[in-house]
Design a protein around this ligand. Structure first.
Ligand SMILES: [Zn+2]
Length: 318
C-alpha cells in the first residue's frame, strides 16, 4: 500500500461547510462557515468535536482574528457517517490517498467493507432510524430499498442532507441548543418531520417540486402518502424512487436545508422561492457534468414513451 501525494493545506470552505480554523500557538477550533456578514467575512459558527468526531454547534458566531481555515480529515465508515479526525495536515494515516495494486482506496471504507462481510453473515440489526420512522409514519416501508437509494449525478455533498434525514440525524433547531427552536417558516417547532409537514414549506417548496417531478414523467406517491415519499423516497409498500428521481430529491433536500440554515444564521426570512430555483440550477449543472449518462437516460425514456404511445408494451429493456 502506497500513500499518494497529498496536497492538502488551506481551503476556504463553502458556506455551511465544516472546517477547522488554525492560528499559530492556539488550540484548533472546529467551525462551520456562516454566510459572510455585511462588514466582510469570513464568519464561522464555532463547534466542538465530540469523542466520536461529530461536530457540535456551540451557538457562537465569530470572526476570529488571525485564524485561517484548513481542510478537515474526515473518517467516514459509512456514506452518511462523517467523523472529523482533525486538520488534514495533522492526521496520519489519512483515510484517503492510498493505493492497493495501483487502485485508489479509502482506508475507512476498506475496513468497513471487510467488516460488512462478517456482519452480513450474522442477522443484520436494522438501524434505530427504521424503528423510529416506523412508529411515526405507521406505513409499510421497503427498508432494504430505502437504504440503497442512490444517484449517479448528485455529488456526495448533495446527498449528505437527505441521507441525514433518512437516518434521523440531521441537525434541526427543535433539538434544542441555544434559544430559538421554531421553524423558520411558521411558529411550530422545527424537527426533521416538520420540514416536510410545515404548511408553508409544503406550499412553496415541496408542492412545486412534486409538480415538477410529475411534469418530468417521474412516478408520484399516492395522494396522502407524500410525507413518507419526501422523507424516505417511498412510492409504495414495495418500491422507492429510482436513481434519476433520487438525484433531484437529494438536491432538493440540500437546497432546502441550506436555505433554512442561512435564514437562521442571517436572521433573514426563509426564501423558499430561491431555494426552489436553486434546485433547478444545481440539477442542471450536475446533469451537464454527467452529460453522457443523462443522454442515455433521456434516450431510454424517449423510447419508453414511444412504446407506450403505440400501445406496444414489451418487457425488453436497454
Ligand atoms: Zn413550519
Amino acid at each position: 500500500m502506497l500513500p499518494l501525494m497529498q496536497q492538502p493545506q488551506r481551503s476556504t470552505p463553502e458556506i455551511g461547510g465544516p472546517t477547522v480554523i488554525l492560528k499559530a500557538d492556539k488550540p484548533e477550533k472546529y467551525a462551520v462557515r456562516a454566510p459572510d456578514p455585511p462588514d466582510g467575512g469570513p464568519a464561522y459558527l464555532i463547534h466542538t468535536k465530540d469523542r466520536k468526531g461529530r461536530l457540535i454547534d456551540k451557538g457562537q458566531l465569530r470572526k476570529p482574528a488571525g485564524y485561517t481555515p484548513h481542510e478537515l480529515a474526515i473518517w467516514s465508515p459509512k456514506l452518511d457517517d462523517d467523523r472529523v479526525m482533525g486538520p488534514l495536515t495533522h492526521v496520519f494515516p489519512l483515510p484517503s490517498g492510498w493505493t492497493i495494486d495501483g487502485k485508489s482506496v479509502s482506508l475507512d471504507r476498506l475496513s468497513i467493507k471487510q467488516r460488512t462481510q462478517i456482519l452480513a453473515l450474522r442477522k443484520m440489526i436494522p438501524p434505530a432510524a427504521e424503528e423510529a420512522w416506523q412508529m411515526r409514519l405507521n406505513i409499510t416501508m421497503p427498508w432494504h430499498k430505502v437504504w440503497s437509494i442512490k444517484s449517479f449525478y448528485a455529488t456526495p455533498r448533495d446527498q449528505f442532507t437527505w441521507l441525514k434525514v433518512m437516518h434521523r440525524n440531521l441537525f434541526v433547531a427543535g433539538n434544542g441548543g441555544a434559544g430559538d427552536t421554531a421553524c423558520r417558516a411558521c411558529p411550530q417547532r422545527e424537527n426533521i418531520e416538520h420540514l416536510v409537514r410545515c404548511s408553508v414549506i409544503q406550499a412553496d417548496f415541496w408542492k412545486p417540486l412534486l409538480a415538477l417531478m410529475k411534469a418530468l414523467g417521474f412516478p408520484a406517491p399516492p395522494s396522502g402518502e407524500e410525507v413518507p415519499f419526501l422523507l424516505l423516497g417511498r412510492l409504495s409498500d414495495t418500491t422507492v424512487l429510482d436513481a434519476n428521481q433520487a438525484g433531484l430529491m437529494f438536491i432538493a433536500w440540500r437546497c432546502l436545508y441550506a436555505a433554512v440554515v442561512s435564514s437562521r444564521v442571517d436572521g433573514t426570512p426563509l426564501h423558499l422561492d430561491r431555494a426552489y430555483n436553486r434546485v433547478f440550477q444545481m440539477t442542471i449543472s450536475r446533469l451537464k457534468a454527467n452529460g453522457e449518462k443523462w443522454l442515455l437516460w433521456a434516450r431510454k425514456n424517449a423510447h419508453t414513451g414511444q412504446r407506450r404511445r403505440t400501445g406496444a408494451l414489451g418487457s425488453h429493456t436497454m
